[in-house]
Design a protein around this ligand. Sequence first.
Ligand code: 2HA
Ligand code: ZN
Length: 272
Amino acid sequence: MKELIDNNHSLKDVIFEVAEIADYLWQRGWAERNAGNISVNITGLIGEHLSNMDPFPSFELPQPYSELAGEYFFVSGTGKRMRDLAREPLQNALIIRIDDKGSRYHILSRDEGHISGFKPTSELPTHLGIHRMIILRDSKEKVVIHTHANELVALTQIEKFCNEESLNKLLWGMHPETMVFIPEGVGFVPYVTPGTEQIAEATLKALENHHVVLWEKHGVFAIGSTAFDTFDLIDILGKSAKIFFLARSSGYEPQGLTEEQLEVLKELSANF
Ligand code: 2HA
Ligand code: ZN
């Protein structure tokens, strides 16, 4: 991995940015133990593409991703802690390259000396599915973040908020900037076992019209152009949920913004 990164300042910047975000996730209390994962499509930052993949160990993907053939990703490692990723990104994440058929991935971090048992995140199917969707729709997002944002997870423990309509009405109503920055609202994925193809499928569907989706009783998946932008989306939504719980826990029912106020904010957002 070293030779890919040395002298590649854009790639180094992205890795440092991911490390900074990993620190925020940990500081927020959203990243207990090995919770959460991050991936970045770095293909555009790889200067000289590797021609011989043979020296690098490869592993079969659960399904082929032909649209991702030849793409490179910086991806957090399975079982790795966000707080460690923050301090030592190269020891807690990997660079992988999808092979030319899209059916296997090569780990390009052999020279880090800890290849055995060091694999990408358990949520790799969801991450790759999302990166494929982004490529297919020719959109500009490069970063996928999954985290266990407390207040947002807490909302999905409340049955009446387990649908997009009530969730978004609540989140938009708690702070004007939520509508300004996230006018399309959040998607909602009813509970599915983490790490499965089924949750990947449900997440992709929910992301068709959103940049952020909530996984019931589990966490958040968000996509953005940079790690900072992606984190901001989760942060804004987390703020709204926090305000709701703060008002509630002090014994008051929050009023929320009115339909008219939200309409004005939506127009503002469209002209932003
Ligand atoms: O990476 O958060 O959902 C650990 C998880 C799995
Ligand atoms: Zn998780």
